[in-house]
Ligand binder design. Structure first.
Ligand code: GDP
Ligand code: MG
Length: 161
């Protein structure tokens, strides 16, 4: 019975991570992928694309009324983005911690933004901020056929099985 099991269940979540146009321009794609791989998360989808205004409008729907919104959309559409879906235990929360504060100047050293960027308007990476939002964003950026269900051979080194 799971309830009395001594095994701590792993919460297998998925999240959307995107290297923004400034991160791609600055050749930080590999550095960012490396951090997620080394942490132990599993890549289940990845593509490079030039984001359409339609997708960006939905993606940043909640920010529509912010003064920086037009500049944000221009920035996000200015060049290719590398969109990824990463899977693992608590990956939504963990990746937000790995990414750091929205304002790069407040982001702690050790975080992607805190190590690799200086300004809120060029903060190089996106990460979904909740499990619900992650589901919506993954559906917006990926077709289900683009996501691969696969098992890592080192699963038992990362998780109690
Ligand atoms: P995130 O979830 O940490 O990316 O932050 P938000 O969801 O609050 O904002 C989305 C994105 O809008 C940020 O990553 C920034 O690229 C941009 N942004 C947010 N706040 C500001 C701001 O005050 N000024 C500017 N120029 N851009 C902002
Ligand atoms: Mg956000």
């Amino acid at each position: 019975c799971l309830l009395y099991s001594s095994v701590t269940p792993d919460v297998r979540e998925r999240t959307l991570i995107a290297v923004k146009p400034d991160g791609v321009q600055r050749r930080l794609v590999g550095e960012i992928i490396k951090r997620f791989e080394r942490r132990g998360f599993k890549l289940v989808g990845m593509k490079m694309l030039q984001a359409s205004e339609a997708v960006l409008g939905k993606h940043y729907h909640d920010l529509q009324r912010k003064p920086f919104y037009p500049a944000l959309i221009r920035y996000m559409a200015s060049g290719p983005v590398v969109a990824m879906v990463w899977e693992g235990h608590n990956v939504v929360r963990s990746s937000r911690l790995m990414v750091g504060e929205t304002d790069s100047s407040q982001a702690k050293p050790g975080t992607v933004r805190g190590d690799l960027s200086v300004h809120i308007s060029r903060n190089i990476i996106h990460a979904s901020d909740s499990v619900e939002v992650a589901k919506k964003e993954i559906g917006l950026w990926f077709h289900s056929a683009e996501l691969i269900n696969w098992e890592t051979s080192d699963h038992s080194d990362l998780y109690q099985v």
